[in-house]
Design a protein around this ligand. Structure first.
Ligand code: ASP
Length: 338
């Protein structure tokens, strides 16, 4: 029997049109653009229904409420379709993919985010292949998790990151092998499946609360006290993007008391690396070992996108700060390697 895919259009370059102010999303346009792609009617394509979200967004305008709306669109049709393809802007696609990987608890169907760097209305658009291959992969259903397909690469959603602002191979997952590569044929690769969600074996949606989360990128000469109030009073979850394997300048003298006060106040500080590839290893250098004692947790090889989404998710589950600390270091959906 032919597979049935739910295609949800959220906005992004793929469905944008030219305007005097630059490319922008246009309501009710995508259906006609898809009608013009004859290959979508090829018998080897799965059947699909198109749903358009309102308003359509440039993904740089998306926030937690929009992730919830996408999650609700999927959840309300979960039992009607074999898989889902989400058309999305590239700028924050890796954040949405990460967020959905946590929100869609007990997911047992493929959810594939894709988009394009060049709109479908332009002659050299990469949207056509990204859409067709995503629909085929969703129909084949080999990976029943949140994935991101772009430029011939099928990636684990919560491992993906945007690597290029203008290249057509825009995404990769430097800390996780690709799930598939689409060349002459679609070649699936043997990547361990993400752990099963332990809260519920049935599918359910966990919507996220808009808790205050922040990302602080360490740089040479950073004056930590400038950020003290932000870290101790304003933010609940903080992603600290450190050098290399988790190193901070000044042996942490200025930062450690701030981390301690932030943790007392209920904030969880997760240490990530500024390097796209490799892992945080607290304690390898003298400049990173005090972070752990002060109460920070290791983000291991998580992307910043995934770390941000995981903090939203864990705070939305109302765990205690100790539980959140412990779960940040656990592999919940394949987002980290320990
Ligand atoms: N600004 C666009 C977006 O993220 C870029 C894109 O889709 O490629 O919606």
């Amino acid at each position: 029997m032919k597979k049935k895919i739910c295609l949800i259009h959220t906005g992004g370059t793929i469905g944008m049109i030219r305007s005097e102010k630059g490319y922008l999303p246009k309501e009710n346009y995508l259906a006609s653009a898809l009608e013009a792609i004859e290959d979508l009617k090829n018998p080897s394509m799965p059947d699909f229904d198109l749903f358009e979200m309102c308003p359509l967004l440039d993904s740089s305008d998306m926030a937690v409420g929009d992730w919830n709306r996408i999650g609700e669109e999927i959840a309300s049709r979960y039992h009607l379709y074999d898989g889902f393809v989400i058309l999305h802007g590239t700028d924050t696609m890796a954040y949405t993919a990460s967020a959905l990987s946590f929100m869609l608890e007990g997911l047992d169907k493929p959810v594939i985010l894709t988009g394009s760097q060049i709109p479908l209305c332009e002659i050299r658009s990469d949207g056509r292949d990204n859409l067709i291959t995503s629909l085929l992969i969703a129909g084949e259903g080999k990976h029943k998790e949140v994935c991101l397909y772009f430029g011939g690469r099928l990636l684990r959603g919560n491992r993906a990151t945007k690597m290029s602002a203008d290249g057509l191979l825009a995404f990769d997952s430097p800390n996780c092998p690709r799930l598939a590569e689409a060349g002459i044929s679609i070649r699936y690769l043997p990547v361990p499946k993400p752990p099963k969600c332990d809260t519920d074996s049935n599918f359910s949606l966990c919507t996220l609360e808009d808790v205050p989360i922040g990302v602080l990128k360490v740089f040479p000469g950073i004056r930590f006290p400038i950020f003290e109030r932000l870290m101790t009073e304003k933010l609940k979850g903080i992603v600290l993007e450190t050098f290399g394997a988790g190193n901070i300048p000044g042996e942490g003298d200025a930062l450690l008391p701030i981390i301690e006060r932030a943790f007392e106040a209920g904030s969880v500080i997760t240490v990530c690396s500024q390097c796209p590839q490799g892992t945080v290893s607290l304690g390898t250098y003298k400049s990173s070992s005090p972070l752990k004692n002060a109460g920070a947790v290791s983000g291991f090889d998580m992307t910043t996108e995934s770390c941000v989404a995981k903090l939203y998710y864990l705070f939305s589950k109302h765990y205690s700060k100790e539980e959140i600390k412990a779960l940040m270091e656990e592999n919940l959906r394949g987002e980290l390697t320990k």
